[in-house]
Write a protein that binds this ligand. Sequence first.
Ligand code: C2O
Ligand code: CU
Length: 576
Amino acid sequence: MNTGSLLAADLVIAVLAAAGWLGGGAASAARRRPLALGLAGLALLATLARAITITALARAGWWFAAEKVVIAAPLSLAGVVVAGTRLLRVPGDIRSVAVPMLFAGYAGSGALLVTLLHGYPASAGVGLLAVAGIVAATAVSWRILSPRPSRTLSRAATVVAVAALVAGTGLLVPGATPAAPHDHRYQDASTVGEPTRRFTLTAGTATVRVSGRDVAAWAFNGQVPGPELTATVGDVLAVTLRNRDIARGVTLHWHGYDVPNSQDGVPGVTQAAVLPGQEFVYRFRAGQAGTYWYHTHAVSDVGVRKGLYGALVVRPAPVTGVDVTVPVHTLAGEPLPAPRVEPVEAGEPVRLRLINTDSTTHRYALAGTPFRVAAIDGYELRGPTPLVDTAVLIPAGGRYDLVFTAPATPVALFVDGRAVYSTGPMSAATDGWPVLDPLGYGVGSPAPWSRFDRKFTLVLDRGLDLRGLLPRYAHTVNGATDPDIPPHAVRLGDIVRFTIVNRSMVVHPWHLHGHHVLVLSHNRQPATGSPLWLDSFDVRPGDVWEVAFRADNPGMWANHCHNLAHTGMTLHLMYS
Ligand code: C2O
Ligand code: CU
């Protein structure tokens, strides 16, 4: 069983155990003996099963099990001991086991809440709060159900609950979090020489036609996607961004293009958002060939979804053959781009540049020809071998370049089963195709680094965020949400290793600005194929990724989840 399913199974079992005890307690209070004993048996079995899931999770990585081992296991054990010893005495009056069983149920529920609301890292404060809640709930049940509650005992329970509450709250009051990097002065554009390619992108509200339907969109130059920006390696780009009427402001972020920090387009970090009537000129040298894209980074979850994005393609000097860009997007529920059919002469080399501009993964399948994955996230792979009837999964923000030599018969590219590009009429069932694992694809080479100057761990989860006006059930990194996630500090030249762990039940496509990271391993399997230099990769439930990079691009860089609706999952990489 993979770690993601294990996390889900553990949750279900924990719910069963807590519900079994609580139900058993209620049934005994109502003197329904067989039901009470049956539910107690279920709760015992579930608790036993949980010992197995927790052990397996701890073996998959401490991040997955910490609070379960430290908080949930002792609480569940206390519940089993208290309720179990009472049950073993086979009470004449089943009602006498009601409170012990309810106690076990509160203990299980408390532990469950710790996992659901707080998660990793486990802390003494959270543990004490759980104890306070459990003791208080037990004391209340006991006062209600006991024929002659002892004063001393109920006073003792109150004292324990209050003490645990006070101590827990005290331990949880946040210490000074390092200031989030939102108020430093923006740097000037670096001197990159005279522009050789100039573009103007005007952002504005627009009505665009998708699949025969008029859709209200936000568009660059009135079109979705925005114009494809192309350049040749060595060009100096000057892109003027104007905002006509996007009230919440716009910027341009060059996704995957490692530009100088001042050109990175992150409002509040590298520049101020460009408001209606304003403009901003981005300048950078196109030093790296490959497939990239641009998008607004101001309220990006709304802006990108509504259409403020486009392709950025940098080609090496002479290019031959057919070169097609396929930026996939979902606009108002309609899939883009519209299917395109273009005959290609047999023998022509073809390059398909696939871009996923959505917030979730897409599955791409190229039918009718053997092909190679020539590049991922703009970087060429070493020794890619031909693939036949194989699908690729592209994470949110990611790009794959597929190359093939046009056969005499039609070829078609399917995205989630829909044909988006073809060289002639053809149909194919691509559903059952295996999916390429890029970690073992192409020719490997030894990792360039064996020691790391900095090591950081990012634990992705979900939890209660109490810092705002209203509590929110937010996506978290290391237990916090933006802007409260402490930045990671590096020095120029450092070799940095990130370990990224997903404890949650959803995929988080991870994206570091300003750098490509080299994949070292995924779920403990070392990367053996061509070196993979990625800027976007899917961290699935239960995943552990180890990636590394050289800190060679000074500045303050966003490091975030590219499911743009997960707004809290942003932290920063900061050069000191
Ligand atoms: Cu494509 Cu910070 O994003
Ligand atoms: Cu996410």
